[in-house]
Design a protein around this ligand. Structure first.
Ligand code: HEC
Length: 213
């Protein structure tokens, strides 16, 4: 894989491949430098420019974003901070398939998987784990309440509302009840740049729950 220092941005790489192409076109080939060597250079640089999208994230910056500008705590909980409306992300970095152990949350499609975590932020609707479904109810007086579904059966429904409160209703007391397939989480596609997404992913990957003795 191509290692690009984080301060070298893609523009720089584009410019340098352009310069190489110009050298090639102009036929300014010095001494023993063959076209093949130059072509290899250009390919390597192009690969770098493409690969540079896989930026190296910084977990500390990610945490700052998570708790600040990203406003993730408005919906998510990490250890003892934040809301219970969205799924608890305290162990999201622990991969279930790789020795996660039984105390790792079985929820979460994205757990421990950087690509999945990135997708969860950029396109939240793409994959909503069954355990993370949201629910929308309308009471008989017309109040609309949404929340994260905990459980429902023929008669009742229980969920966590946006204020982190546990709500329970008899279905017979509701005018409407619907389990939503879309995510209430906003897409961060236009709100975060590639570096910020990488920082958040590396922070999420670092969340493996309380350390075991
Ligand atoms: C408005 C509330 C809200 C905000 C703000 C929000 N989320 Fe979410 N998030 C949710 C809900 C609800 C889900 C569960 C449904 C889903 O998978 O999209 C979720 C799911 C996720 C998942 C997938 C969890 C899993 O187990 O698969 C990740 C990762 C995530 N959010 C990260 C973030 C990050 C990082 C931020 C801040 C940049 C953020 N969220 C902001 C509500 C929110």
């Amino acid at each position: 894989m191509c290692k690009v220092p984080s301060q070298v941005n893609q523009d720089w790489l584009r410019v340098s491949s352009l310069v190489l192409i110009l050298i090639l076109k102009g036929g300014i080939l010095t001494g023993g430098m063959s076209i093949t060597v130059l072509r290899t250079c250009i390919f390597a640089l192009t690969a770098c420019a493409l690969g540079a999208q896989q930026l190296t994230g910084d977990p500390a910056r990610g945490q700052a974003l998570f708790e600040g500008k990203g406003e993730c705590l408005m919906c998510h909980r990490v250890n003892d901070k934040g809301s219970r409306y969205g799924p608890d992300l305290s162990t999201i970095g622990a991969s279930r398939g790789r020795g996660g152990g039984p105390n790792i949350s079985p929820t979460g499609t994205a757990a421990g998987d950087p690509k999945g975590l990135e997708l969860a932020m950029l396109d939240p609707d793409a994959e909503v784990a069954l355990a993370n479904r949201s629910v929308r109810v309308v009471t008989k007086d017309g109040t609309v309440i949404t929340g994260r579904l905990l459980n429902h059966d023929n008669f009742s429904v229980q969920f966590i509302d946006t204020q982190s409160k546990l709500r329970a209703f008899m279905k017979s007391d509701l005018k409407e009840f619907a389990v939503l397939t879309k995510s209430p989480m906003p897409s961060y596609q236009d709100k975060l740049n590639a570096q910020e997404v990488a920082d958040l992913v590396s922070y999420l990957i670092s969340l493996k729950g309380p350390s075991k003795p």
